[in-house]
Ligand binder design. Structure first.
Ligand code: PMP
Length: 375
């Protein structure tokens, strides 16, 4: 990729070559609408169902429990709203550090009479299980808590959370967008009732994702039309996207063990290399995704710092927030002061990152920091 050092794999990943090849026939010669009842349509509907079956197998669910969407934003919106639409009223518990697609969906529900309880996080970004227990009441209809955070990479203790929700029979939705290609997943073992995923985070195509919905959940359909996806999400199938997502997920699963260790080593190597400058690591390294770092640089003027980056491509805060200039709600919820929040970068390593990329990035970041200290 040019002569840049791309360190923003949490924002998006490049499309894997094998995945791309698997998709190409479905753009052109195998273009038929998978919902058509003619022979070509039926052929493609079998491809959709095969992809669904293989994705379901990769996350430990049943084929009938997967719906395809346009990505994690849509999956999160559906997850929150299909439950609330069914119940008509009630309480939702979520976390202050969730992705905006959850928080803004909840905000709208709040305006429409639902009660939303936002759990706090500690300085590591972790929720407190006893607060979760305390907030659940007879009116709670959903708990929605992400797995790996998109700004700091902190991993919430989903299996402990699901013990609480299962014991009280409350559905648990988990936004696993950042973690699904990097960690092994079994929704049934983890006790998750709904799970969001998005293909472009695991080297698949953009604009396609999915939602696992446990078959026992009581939900109402949202996206009306010709009853695709059992009425849950109407719309013509994104056949190349779905095929690509399945192949990409499978490749990620096969690479996962080796890649996990390699990414941890790269991350640790980077921290070792930047030892000479003062930084605060907001990522709790013992309970986080393997590939990312949120680092704050005290007394560094971020504008000056960024102006000195030449090759390194990284993100300030979350790429998902980059369209607006708001301060990171994640770092703020962790109790980090405004000045530090504004001098924070997010780095994430990926399949293409080599040791020499890490070393060169470290040199550039050290130089940029040294140039940007405010005296
Ligand atoms: N949830 C999380 C945790 C994310 O990181 C993102 C993407 N940054 C989304 C949801 C939205 O994903 P998509 O781009 O697939 O809509």
């Amino acid at each position: 990729m040019s002569n840049h050092i791309y360190l923003d794999f949490q924002s998006t990943t490049p499309l894997d070559e094998i995945t791309l090849k698997s998709m190409i026939p479905y753009f052109s010669e195998k273009f038929a609408n998978a919902s058509s009842s003619h022979a070509l349509g039926i052929e493609n509907s079998l491809i959709i169902e095969k992809s669904r079956r293989l994705i379901a197998r990769d996350i430990g669910s049943n084929q009938k429990e997967i719906i395809f969407t346009s990505g994690a934003t849509e999956s999160n919106n559906i997850a929150i709203n299909c439950i609330t639409k069914y119940h008509g009223k009630g309480e939702i518990i979520t976390v202050k550090t969730e992705h905006k697609s959850i928080l803004d969906s909840c905000k709208e529900l709040e305006d429409n009479g639902f009660t939303i309880k936002y759990l706090n996080v500690d300085k590591f970004g972790l929720i407190c299980l006893s607060q979760l227990k305390k907030e659940i009441t007879k009116d709670t209809i959903l708990v929605s808590i992400m797995y790996g955070n998109n700004e700091t990479g902190v991993l919430q203790p989903i299996n402990q959370i699901s013990k609480i929700t299962k014991a009280l029979n409350i559905p648990l939705h988990c936004d696993a967008t950042q973690s699904i290609g990097l960690l092994s997943f079994n929704v049934k073992e983890l006790g998750i009732d709904m799970l969001t995923f998005s293909s472009h985070k695991f080297y698949g195509p953009k604009g396609v994702g999915g939602l696992f919905i446990d078959k026992s959940l009581k939900i109402a359909p949202l996206i009306k039309g010709l009853q695709h996806e059992k009425g849950m999400r109407s719309g013509t199938y994104n056949l190349p996207g779905i095929v690509g997502m399945q192949v990409a997920l499978n490749i990620s699963r096969n690479k996962q063990k080796d890649e996990y260790m390699r990414l941890i080593k790269l991350r640790d190597r980077f921290l070792e290399k930047i030892k000479s400058i003062k930084y605060i690591c907001n990522t709790p390294l013992k309970s986080s995704l393997p590939h990312c770092l949120s680092l704050s640089f005290p007394n560094v003027n971020m504008q000056k710092f960024l102006s000195r980056l030449n090759k390194v491509i990284l993100s300030t805060g979350s790429a998902c927030n980059s369209g607006n200039q708001q301060e990171s709600h994640v770092l703020t919820a962790m109790g980090i002061n405004k000045t530090l929040v504004n001098s924070t970068i997010r780095l994430s390593f990926g399949r293409a990152t080599s040791e020499s990329d890490v070393d060169n990035a470290a040199i550039e970041i050290i130089n940029a920091a040294n140039y940007s200290y405010v005296v």
